[in-house]
Design a protein around this ligand. Structure first.
Ligand code: ZN
Length: 478
């Protein structure tokens, strides 16, 4: 009986601890100011975006713009469409079609800031219900390629600067605005040139702001607010080829040693044994910030991660979207064997594309591969590598200011630090600063996110007005 008493007591203590952690795990209070928001002529902004869409600044997969005239005409249009901004800032062309605008700050001791946006777009794909290059304004939306990704970001930022410049506002910090030409194909001509220019000129950048996430709506069903995910990092990119060798020969008398069969073992082992990951670092920060807004059970589990971490990691690993936040992902994409159906291959290879979590490097991934090779008779070649970015600071003034500005402009929103799983221009800015923030101030539903790079890309006029307010308050409050 005594043992039962002890078990009962231990159980009671456990329940109490779980509940105390649960109660402590509440959202941070929101400090909303009721100050008036800047006036914005949203129809005028929609008209500007519509005009910008009509320049077919399509990044060609092979590198060179296939319509260079449209790039030049777009840049000329920027000068006339934002006359006050153009007058207030100096412009330097750092490569073919990538200008940097410099708005001089009043305080020489205040650090410089780089705001960046790309104006190239991907080619059209799929069946469009409207002309993707017309910039139609219909039913409260501007339609066309680049409306979300991301001429809208460029146009609303420049409009905010234009309005501020018209009022005679001068920023405290040096502000640089880069309009880049080739983000969609890796950013070598644009963002890489911007970074190089800054390094060559000895310009020290405190932090950068570019695309990489949105104010997400209806993305997580158990959270009933919008989620402004301000991304602090982006994953790296590593492509590896693994080759198995064998004697080959005629397929009528196959030897047991077959290169394809040996390679299949490796692929299968790497598929089953994912690169280790988990709820730590930035990934833990993301879920810790989100969980207080979730259902009772989810909140209870995250509040007591000391006990439930294995369960949480198991569940998050099970969904491909959350698994990508937890770890370096493994994606076998290309296979090669014999050229002929009746000849055994002397070599068989697989190409695997890994997306590096900030905790991993090329070495940790290659070591992981080696652990799962059945023997040493394999070759591993690194074909392409871009390390994961540094993780920007979330406890300092910059993140606080980005967040407070979101709270002023958006209703019912929770701010969450996150990670971009794809690649953006910001990867090049790691040469300038550890603090690159990735966020566009547009509400995006699951459907909207699905329209990026797809047919019927569009953005609401309401989104455009709010974004101008966001950028204007952001710059004013620096
Ligand atoms: Zn983009």
């Amino acid at each position: 009986m005594r043992i039962l008493k002890w078990i009962g007591l231990a159980f009671g203590v456990l329940i109490a601890v779980l509940l105390i952690n649960f109660m402590r795990f509440s959202p941070d209070p929101v400090d909303r100011t009721n100050a008036a928001l800047p006036d914005v002529d949203t129809n005028a902004v929609a008209e500007l975006l519509s005009q910008s869409i009509q320049f077919q600044t399509i990044s060609h997969p092979l590198g060179a713009p296939n319509r260079p005239d449209d790039y030049q005409r777009f840049l000329d249009w920027v000068t006339t469409a934002f006359p006050n901004a153009s007058q207030a800032m100096d412009r330097t062309l750092v490569s073919g079609f990538t200008p940097i605008y410099h708005w001089s700050g009043t305080d020489p001791d205040a650090g410089a800031i780089l705001m960046s946006g790309h104006y190239d777009v991907v080619p059209i794909a799929g069946e469009w219900s409207r002309d993707p290059w017309a910039g139609d304004i219909v039913d409260g939306y501007v339609w066309g390629r680049g409306t979300m990704d991301m001429k809208s970001g460029v146009v609303t930022l420049l409009r905010a600067v234009d309005q501020l410049a018209a009022q005679g506002f001068k920023p405290k910090h040096d502000i640089y605005i880069a309009l880049t030409q080739d983000e969609e194909i890796g950013g070598q001509g644009g963002a890489a040139a911007v970074a190089q220019y800054m390094l060559d000129q000895g310009i020290k950048i405190d932090w950068t702001l570019d695309e990489g996430s949105f104010v997400l709506r209806d993305i997580i069903s158990s959270v009933d607010s919008d989620i402004a995910m301000i991304n602090l990092a982006e994953k790296g990119y590593l492509t590896v080829r693994i080759t198995a060798k064998a004697d080959g020969g005629h397929s009528s008398m196959p030897q047991t040693d077959n290169a394809i069969a040996r390679l299949a073992e490796v692929i299968s082992a790497l598929q089953v044994n994912q690169v280790p990951g988990g709820l730590d670092g930035l990934t833990a920060d993301t879920f810790d910030t989100l969980a207080p807004h979730m259902t009772f059970v989810e909140k209870l589990l995250f509040a007591n991660a000391w006990l439930f971490k294995p369960v949480l990691e198991h569940v998050l690993t099970g969904a491909h979207t959350t698994n990508a936040l937890l770890r370096t992902t493994t994606a076998p994409t290309m296979l090669q064997g014999s050229e002929t159906e009746n000849v055994l291959p002397q070599a068989a290879s697989v190409v695997i594309n890994f997306r590096l979590h900030p905790r991993d490097t090329v070495d940790t991934v290659v070591d992981h591969i080696k652990v799962h090779l059945p023997d040493d008779d394999f070759e591993i070649d690194v074909l392409r590598l871009r390390p994961a970015s540094p993780v920007a600071d979330k406890d300092g003034d910059t993140f606080a200011h980005l967040s407070a500005t979101v709270q002023r402009v958006f209703d019912n929103v929770v701010i969450v630090p996150g990670m971009t799983v794809g690649g953006t221009d910001s990867s090049h800015y790691a040469a300038l600063t550890d603090h690159s923030y990735r966020f566009l101030p547009f509400v995006a539903t699951t459907e909207d996110v699905g329209l990026l790079h797809a047919a019927d890309e569009r953005i609401s006029i309401e989104n455009l007005g709010r974004a101008v307010q966001y950028y204007q308050l952001l710059i004013e409050g620096l």
